[in-house]
Design a protein around this ligand. Structure first.
Ligand code: FES
Length: 74
C-alpha cells in the first residue's frame, strides 16, 4: 500500500528501510523522501515505522540467563 503518494513510497519500502537500519522519521525522510513534499504521509509513515521496529525488537522474555542451577550434585 502506498504510504507517501508524493514520493511513491509503500509500506513495504518503509519496512525494508527499517531492516536496513532506519529507526526514526528523519531516517525515512533522508532515505525515502517521505514527508518532504505535502507531509500528509507523516502519521502513517510513523505508524509503519513504529510497528516494524516493535516487530524487530526481541521479546524481553528471552534471556541468556540460566533458568536453573547447574551446581554439581556430587
Ligand atoms: S504524501 Fe508524502 S510528502 Fe506528500
Amino acid at each position: 500500500m502506498y504510504i507517501c503518494v508524493c514520493k511513491g513510497v509503500t509500506d513495504h519500502a518503509i519496512r525494508e528501510a527499517v531492516l536496513q537500519g532506519a529507526e526514526r522519521m528523519r531516517d525515512l525522510k533522508a532515505s525515502l523522501g517521505v514527508t518532504t513534499q505535502c507531509g500528509i504521509c507523516a502519521c502513517h509513515a510513523k505508524m509503519v515505522l513504529d510497528q516494524t521496529l516493535k516487530q524487530e525488537t526481541p521479546p524481553s522474555s528471552l534471556s541468556c540467563e540460566p533458568t536453573r542451577s547447574y551446581e554439581s550434585t556430587v
